[in-house]
Ligand binder design. Structure first.
Ligand SMILES: [Zn+2]
Length: 351
């Protein structure tokens, strides 16, 4: 026995993996799970591993990841494992409709329900994974509720959402909730060093930037070009501080247009990046520089921290959060972004 006790291959979230393993071992698998957590924290991988564990040909507690079933689930072409979400919904829509979609529609849920009537083709358990569950509109949520009330015994539903708070409470209450939290920075550093062979300094920086979202960090390692883009984007955001109002509003208009054209994830990432910078300025000004994320730009942070008051910094960090929340609530994106740009704090007069 040289294999690890499990090969779920998930970094962190040990409690969640252990919980699921014990449910499988004790034949107590829930009919429905709700996996929540921030973008890139590992929700999709956990859902996939559960689907594999429930259908692995080895029929043990852990997925083997080598058998025909495990491999086909990994590639997304196992007939008993269905995955839906905003991406699959968009793929099925006409091109110009696809970009405008903001919600998961009742048709997407109904199509699933028709499919769910069918017993497993070759696996033991049919698994239905729904990403972006926080985007279920009201009609779709109500339709989903019917399935959650009386799921067929051979079906397991896995809803994946940013936060459980954006779903109907009646939906949440019928699911076993697994709330994935960002990992401690040291755990991300260790994983990046071991798995990706990153130098200590690079691993520290990436782990700090990731905010504990290991999936995000691994994506950045896989595509280093994205890191350069991110640095450039940060410089662009910082330059906005000194631009006249007209230029700031033009920027809001452009990004709102991109958001409406389907680049929601990119806009959220940008707001995250911007907020991470100002949170760092706030931390530096408040005398906690050891907690900053932009560890490679401490001198810039210190310079910025001298120029703003703590209440102004605090208010601006909060206004970026508010904009992200308003976007999730489907507020007009231009209004939401303009709100941030209009609240960029004033520099203190030189002393
Ligand atoms: Zn297997």
């Amino acid at each position: 026995m040289n294999a690890k006790p499990d090969n779920w291959g998930i970094i962190g979230h040990e409690w969640a993996v252990e919980f699921l393993r014990r449910s499988i071992a004790g034949n107590r698998v829930a009919h429905a799970y709700l996996i929540s957590g921030p973008e890139g924290v590992g929700k999709a991988l956990l859902a996939l591993r559960l689907a594999q564990a429930l259908n692995c040909n080895e029929e043990r507690i852990d997925p083997c990841l080598r058998c025909h079933s495990c491999q086909r689930i990994e590639r997304g072409n196992h007939p008993d494992v269905r995955i839906a979400g905003m991406a699959t919904q968009a793929a099925e829509a006409k091109a110009d409709d696809a970009a405008r979609q903001k919600e998961l529609k009742i048709d997407t849920v109904r199509e699933w329900q028709r499919d769910m009537i069918l017993k497993p083709y070759e696996g033991r358990q049919r698994v239905f994974i729904l990403h972006d569950a926080e985007k279920l509109n009201e009609a779709a949520s109500n339709a989903m509720l019917k399935t959650l009330e009386e799921p067929p015994p051979y079906a397991t539903l896995i809803l994946v959402a940013h936060t459980a708070g954006n779903l109907l409470p009646t939906v949440v209450s019928r699911c076993q909730l697994l709330r994935l939290r960002p990992l401690p920075r040291v755990q991300v550093v260790a994983a990046l060093r071991q798995q990706c062979n990153l130098a200590a300094e690079d691993a520290e920086l990436l782990a700090a930037w990731s905010g504990g979202r290991i999936g995000w960090a691994l994506r950045m390692v896989a595509d280093p070009n994205q890191l350069a883009v991110r640095q450039e984007q940060l410089n662009e955001l910082l330059a906005l501080t000194d631009q006249p109002l007209a230029a700031r509003l033009r920027w809001a208009e452009e990004h709102a247009k991109a958001y409406r054209a389907g680049e929601q994830v990119a806009v959220f990432e940008m707001l995250d990046l911007w907020q991470s910078w100002w949170r760092d300025v706030l931390l530096t000004a408040a005398g906690c520089p050891q907690a900053v994320v932009h560890v490679n730009r401490r001198a810039d942070l210190e310079a910025a921290a001298m120029q703003y008051t703590l209440p102004d910094l605090h208010a601006f960090v909060a206004s970026i959060s508010l904009a992200a929340q308003r976007l999730r609530d489907n507020v007009n994106p231009q209004l939401a972004l303009e709100g941030v740009l209009l609240s960029i704090p004033e520099r203190r007069a030189a002393r």
